[in-house]
Write a new protein. Structure first.
Ligand code: AMP
Length: 396
């Protein structure tokens, strides 16, 4: 696996695919700089070697239109402040203006290209467009995990034009290592905590990780399909009746593979999907009609905590309750606290994909777990066992 460390960028120009798809506020200021912060180490390494950097990214979904609301010019000053170098911006990502700016780029300088998705050729993975982009670097560096699951021109196809001179940036390398640690090389016992709303959206992940983990904790809205399938009463809880057979199959598969499945034993039930609803803790399989389980119950959280504390490798995907409402956030916070404790005791913990990342940020666990993934869809596809095209293009 080639990384930045395999190259010396002295007098070289690096074409870097970054993920600067950042949220902008009403005045076009960057509302959350985490993605720019995350790309900083890669950019600095190249500049410190004595090279220069050409940054390319998409922003929003302009769908081939030159929509100025989605111009990367809005983020230029923020990138300059974060990196500590005044970034030059060019109003296109291919063509004469870019040719000229590229020719004039000197060591220590950064050039930011305009939004790649102003061209449909980016998302269609057009080879000619990718070839044009490839002229803007001696070395291609992919540091955009968030788009690594897309075979777009700048994330995948462009790599073909750098048969020897291509590598992962620090951020992408970190993501790959974190996934490897959970899926392949992690110290046992390995535990996955899967929550979220629906079995149907997590089924491929469950099937893939049954071969990798020792313990599987199932929480959140998925719970009720498993409980009803086993004959429990789930009241008005979210439940996918057409997935009950699949749920039983998963339980059987887990048994055959020696994976211990941990389901809730009690839940915090509510008489409405409302923060101010009446609540009571009840057995998970005895929820009355008119009531729905919206968070894990106290006995469940004790059980989950015990499993988490004896784990050496932990993957967390999906909240165990409706954490967006304060009344039903306690379970998700308790899971975060248990993972924090396990991590302090030496476990490796990865949080990735979907709403668990939002929950981790909201409740301040970001610095307490070993790694929080920067890619939603890309992380989910990795957990499903898929090879991401952006990663394969660097390895190939
Ligand atoms: P996901 O994107 O699949 O991780 O699902 C996250 C969503 O699942 C969050 O918006 C939670 O509010 C929701 N969720 C978690 N537990 C429940 C539950 N018991 N009932 C309904 N929704 C839930």
């Amino acid at each position: 696996m080639k990384t930045l460390e395999d190259f010396n960028f002295e007098d070289k120009k690096a074409l870097i695919r970054v993920d600067f798809n950042v949220p902008l506020d009403a005045d076009f200021n960057v509302a959350d700089t985490s993605r720019i912060d995350a790309a900083k180490p890669t950019i600095l390494k190249i500049l410190e070697d004595g090279g220069s950097a050409v940054l390319m990214s998409h922003l929003g979904r302009p769908k081939g239109q030159r929509n100025q609301d989605m111009s990367l010019k809005h983020i230029c000053n923020t990138v300059s402040d974060i990196i500590g170098v005044q970034v030059k911006f060019v109003e296109d990502c291919v063509g004469e203006k870019v040719d000229e700016a590229y020719a004039n780029l000197e060591s220590g300088e950064i050039l930011l290209l305009e939004n790649l998705r102003f061209y449909d050729e980016e998302t269609s993975g057009d080879s000619e467009f990718a070839e044009k982009l490839s002229k803007y670097g001696d070395v291609y560096v992919n540091d955009a995990f968030g788009t690594a699951h897309r075979a777009h021109a700048s994330t995948t196809i462009v790599a073909n034009y750098f048969p020897e001179n291509k590598c992962f940036g620090y951020l992408l390398a970190k993501e790959i290592k974190a996934i490897e640690k959970v899926m392949q090389t992690g110290e046992k016992p390995v535990t996955a905590i899967l929550g979220g709303a629906k079995v149907s959206s997590k089924i491929t992940i469950i099937e893939n990780i049954l071969d990798k983990v020792d313990h599987l904790i199932i929480g959140g809205g998925m719970t009720y399909t498993f409980i009803k399938a086993q004959g429990g009463k789930v009241g008005d809880s979210i439940c996918e009746d057409d997935k009950m057979e699949l749920a039983l199959e998963i339980l059987n598969q887990a048994k055959a593979k020696g994976v211990e499945i941990h389901l809730p034993v009690d839940v915090l039930a509510a008489d409405a999907f409302d923060n101010n609803a009446k609540t009571q803790a009840v057995a998970v399989d005895a929820i009355a009609d008119g009531w729905q389980g919206l968070d894990a119950g106290p006995a469940t959280l004790d059980n989950f905590r015990d499993v988490i504390l004896k784990s050496k490798t932990i993957l967390w995907n999906g909240p165990v309750g409706v954490f967006e409402m304060e009344s039903f956030a306690k379970g998700t916070i308790a899971i975060g606290n248990a993972i924090d404790e396990a991590t302090q005791n030496g476990a490796f913990s990865l949080v990735g994909g979907g709403d668990s990342v939002a929950a981790v940020k909201q409740f301040g666990f970001e610095d307490k777990v070993s790694y929080v993934s920067t890619g939603g869809g890309a992380m989910l596809e990795s957990l499903e066992g898929k090879t991401l095209p952006g990663i394969a293009a660097i390895l190939g």
